[in-house]
Design a protein around this ligand. Structure first.
Ligand code: ADP
Ligand code: ADP
Length: 240
């Protein structure tokens, strides 16, 4: 079964342009429950592909469906429902600097409560937040502020915040760029756990082929907006 389907996607940011499109005739399926990597040089179209999934960008031609629903056909309400089921961690994380780690992770639950969407009680929210704090290994940092954290810890707070609403799909843009090897390992472990323990499908952009090797089940290589190949990653049980 697939959770995301890109069919014949072409994306041009400026209409009537002759130059290369940001994406050109991309057809690709992401399977439910997999960790899927997107690799390619800067400007290849990786971010554009990710933004098509949550409707931040609409295709010039072709269609994107998520959970069997065509993204371009959604009204505002449908778009909100779509985004509720998708967690995102974009480059740079963007945590609230005047809020603690605990408050940052709780934010999506508060916002959902305010909109009256599957609202949890205050107590349930607090419990979910504590669960996510342990899930990403940051229970001991709960009362710290983002500036007191390392880059890897901030990234894990961003992941906890993205996962606290239990989305079925997680989109990550370069989650390990500017991290060293050991903190990269911590972040990758959280992504692998999200799939194993929460059942989240993960799509991750990275320029780091080691990340693909360690983390992903399959990956797509984009080159100047075109899908060059989709390759499976094989690894021995010991490497998992
Ligand atoms: P990548 O993530 O692989 O670096 P992008 O998807 O960001 O690639 O960009 C693909 C192409 O589309 C690039 O040529 C980029 O300059 C262009 N592009 C991306 N976003 C916009 C935008 N908002 N407006 C105009 N052009 C854009
Ligand atoms: P990133 O790691 O996300 O690229 P930076 O390294 O640019 O972010 O750091 C952003 C801020 O966080 C800076 O003010 C920096 O001093 C602080 N910072 C980064 N790493 C640490 C750390 N290990 N301990 C304390 N503060 C840190």
């Amino acid at each position: 079964r697939s959770i995301v389907e890109f069919r014949g996607i072409t994306k041009r940011y400026r209409s009537g342009e002759d130059g290369p499109a940001a994406l050109e005739d991309v057809t690709l399926s992401i399977r439910t429950g997999e960790i899927f990597g997107i690799v390619g040089e800067s400007g290849a179209g990786k971010s554009t592909l990710l933004e098509l999934v949550n409707g931040l960008t609409l295709p010039t031609a072709g269609s994107v469906s998520v959970g069997g629903v065509d993204v371009a056909g959604l009204d505002r309400r449908g778009m909100r429902a779509l985004r509720r089921g998708i967690g995102t961690v974009f480059q740079g994380v963007h945590l609230l600097s005047n809020s603690t780690v605990r408050e940052n992770i709780r934010l999506p639950l508060r916002l959902a409560g305010r909109r009256g969407e599957d609202a949890l009680s205050g107590r349930q929210q607090a419990e979910e937040v504590e669960r996510m704090l342990s899930f990403v290994g940051l229970a001991h940092r709960a009362d710290h502020y983002p500036a007191q954290l390392s880059g890897g810890e901030r990234q894990r707070v961003g992941l906890a915040r993205a996962l606290v609403t239990r989305p079925s799909l997680l989109l990550c843009d370069e989650p390990t760029s500017s991290l060293d090897a050991s903190t990269t390992g911590d972040v990758l472990r959280v992504l692998a756990d999200a799939r194993e323990k929460l059942g989240t499908t993960v799509i991750v952009i990275t320029h780091d082929l080691d990340v693909v090797k360690v983390l992903c089940d399959r990956a797509a290589l984009l080159e100047k907006g075109r899908l060059r190949e989709v390759f499976p990653i094989t690894r021995s049980a010991a490497e998992r």
